[in-house]
Design a protein. Sequence first.
Length: 95
Amino acid sequence: MSGGDIDRIPVNQLSDRYKLARSAMYKRMSDLGIEREKIGNRAYVSAEQVALLDELHSFIGIGGNVAEFIARKGLDKPNKQASGESAGQASGQSS
């Protein structure tokens, strides 16, 4: 286990970092496709993921929004359900 432990940041610290409600923090992570690593009862994100969240936070601070950030970074929205599609449609089942 080389340096991997050093690069993990507890998710519960992110709300304080960005001065956001926990639900808003989880929404941002979901929108960016950030998956948390669970170890026991705690969830962690990598330093690289925090850097992306930092960029998003700065972008929003100057008047941007999540959708614009995703488009400018060239990130595909990984979670189509977050955009309002129903679970049945997102699973590939059609009637």
